[in-house]
Design a protein around this ligand. Sequence first.
Ligand code: EPU
Length: 351
Amino acid sequence: MIETNCSLKPFNSFAIEAKTEQLFHLKNRTQFPELLVHIKQAIENNKPILILGGGSNILFCENFAGLIIKVELSGVEVTESESSYLLTVGAGENWHKLVTDCIEQGIDGLENLALIPGVVGAAPVQNIGAYGTEFKDACESVEYIDLDSGQLHTLSAEQCLFGYRDSIFKTPAFKNALITQVTLKLSKKWQPQSRYGALNNLKTDEQITAKQIYQSVCQIRSEKLPDPAKLGNAGSFFKNPVVNQDLADTLLALHPKMPNYPQADGKVKLAAGWLIDQASLKGHQIGGASVHQQQALVLINQGDATALDVVKLAGFVRDTVQQQFAVELQHEVRFIGAVGETNLSEVLKNV
Ligand code: EPU
């Protein structure tokens, strides 16, 4: 079914008002032929196409002048071998519900990724990660439909080229790849991942269970990260920047307590939230948008923010951090303009 001229407010966790010319709800695989007809029409009419999951990592900067496909494919199939569980999950399933159901059924391994908003099909795109674990650690393969040809393809985890908040699905060649389902492999020989920062205080003896890690992660996240159902936001707005050793040393000489995470390639990852916090930007407000008081990495919609409020605030945060620390912040949230993906600098040029 296709809707026309409809509001996107319910479909983005920032709760920003924007409209799309067309919205197609993809609920099951039998709709593929119908979907491909709409795609063909959109291409013939030079209309942009956007694939939308849970809308939890997106900022609609203006009305969308084309076709949005809302992925709502459901279903979870579990098979098991002697050593592991294999889960094949529809791209439209809610990620946190999957994690919770797994933990309840004694299928361990996703607990560090609890409470990450969004749908399963979006998880590989930016290789979601938290508390020392990433989606790629559990990924076996990803199936997608090529919207140009209508062909289904499957990529192994290795072929997905996962990186920090990155994968092949972010490259232009995969612009028309709609992820249909994901297969996860979870070992029956579960190993806790509890060494990361905030989870350090958990006991590391053999008694620790996946359920305890799950509960801790849920507790930490709900204390620091605002619930999008109550306060519009898209999680971490910026990526943690990776800088060269010289700059890290200079900053560390000035701020000995600055969090820093040396990388395998000799570079150093810094905490964007710390930099924004140190620049005294917590609570900073432009229009209806502000920097979250409890976690500076999150920008929030206080209720009536426009996309422009968020864009201006993001620009102010980026520029302030650049001036104070000579570090360039890149946004993690994807910016969507009238004709497709754009970015903060582009949008600010037209303000
Ligand atoms: N910090 C501050 N002030 C702040 C925020 C953070 O001083 O306002 C400091 C913290 O004290 C800590 C450091 O910065 O020393 C890092 O903060 P934290 O451990 O909370 O994690 P993060 O780097 O802010 C990342 C991910 C989160 C993920 C957490 C937990 C990115 C961009 N963000 O946040 O992911 O949940 O680690 O692993 O990598 C998301 O992508 O939407 C997201 C929430």
